[in-house]
Design a protein around this ligand. Structure first.
Ligand code: EPU
Length: 285
């Protein structure tokens, strides 16, 4: 149930930034039971363990990741079911697929997810958001397993949930979740998707990136701040601040994690020095 193991799988193949050294052991479990067994085995034997979503909000270091990296994208993790205005889906479902499921079922409220290259699991872990919406506004309940492989079902009120961070899912691994929408026609949904696609096209780069690098501080959007600090188009090696949006670092081809981390460090230092603002990264490092 935990699938075949690949040794030293390059994670640059599995991140939208196209950066990152190898995972020592790469696995793609297909059943919840197989996954829970794997989690508890690693815990019992002190083997480092990590779950990776679609790698769209992740910066993997050049040295790679020791231990086991599991991607939940197949079998039971890609299942979904519609019940009235609720969709229950495995964490492996891509957000784009979730939007399509909602549209076909006449459920509105999922349109903002359409252009995000991640899956449901990453979206839960991060409380991902766009276009003024965020994941946990729609979550009804989450099923997750702990490091001993025990499975729990919890409502958002029973979990710790913040802007772009869900601490409850740091040491627990989401398996599936139920999200709620509202009745909407396919035309209404299509119009909203077209609107956000248009907005994204003009305000975000298409080059390889990990989406927004920094969380928005309360005083100013991070992208605007980076822009005002004069960093647009500033590069360290093959890593460059996008000319389209200041909160995106793009990979011009062959960038290293080290170059990206240096660029992040320079931006943070300038923000602190010139504006007294402590930028916090939004991407998982
Ligand atoms: N702005 C600038 N210069 C820039 C970039 C932005 O002046 O280089 C200004 C914009 O003109 C706008 C403001 O800053 O007035 C905010 O920009 P934008 O509307 O692009 O939204 P954002 O706050 O930068 C957030 C999310 C994005 C999400 C967009 C669209 C965060 C950190 N970012 O960006 O999420 O796609 O809204 O809804 O909350 C991500 O999480 O990876 C991500 C891309």
């Amino acid at each position: 149930g935990s699938g075949a193991i690949k040794l030293y799988e390059p994670l640059s193949r599995h991140t939208t930034m196209r950066v990152g050294g190898p995972a020592q052991f790469w696995v793609e479990p297909e059943t919840e039971e197989g996954f829970a067994d794997l989690v508890s085995y690693c815990d019992d034997h002190d083997i480092p363990f990590m779950v990776m979503g679609r790698g769209s909000n992740l910066l993997v270091r050049d040295g790679g990741i020791p231990g086991v990296v599991a991607q939940l994208s197949r079998g039971e993790f890609a299942r979904y079911e519609v019940n009235g205005m609720e969709i229950t889906a495995g964490v492996g479902l891509k957000l784009k697929q979730l939007t399509a499921v909602a549209q076909n079922a006449g459920i509105g409220g999922f349109e903002w997810m359409e252009g995000i290259p991640g899956n449901l699991g990453g979206s839960l872990r991060m409380n991902a958001g766009a276009m003024g919406s965020q994941t946990f506004e729609q979550v009804v309940r989450v099923r997750y397993c702990d490091t001993d492989g025990n499975i729990f079902t919890r409502t958002p009120a029973e979990m710790e949930v913040h802007y772009r961070d869900v601490p409850t899912l740091r040491q627990n691994y989401a398996l599936s979740a139920t999200l709620r929408g509202f009745p909407a026609s396919s035309e209404e949904i299509a119009a909203k998707i077209a609107e956000s696609t248009q907005k994204r096209k003009t305000s975000q780069p298409i080059a390889a990136s990990a989406g927004c690098i920094f969380k928005n501080p309360t005083s100013i959007p991070a992208g605007k701040l980076v822009d005002e600090l004069g960093f647009k188009n500033f590069a360290v090696g093959r890593a460059r601040v996008s000319e389209v949006h200041g909160n995106f670092i793009v990979n011009d081809g062959g960038a290293t994690a080290e170059e990206i981390l240096t660029l992040i460090g320079e931006i943070k230092a300038a923000a602190a020095r010139e504006r007294g603002i402590e930028l916090e990264t939004e991407v998982q490092i």
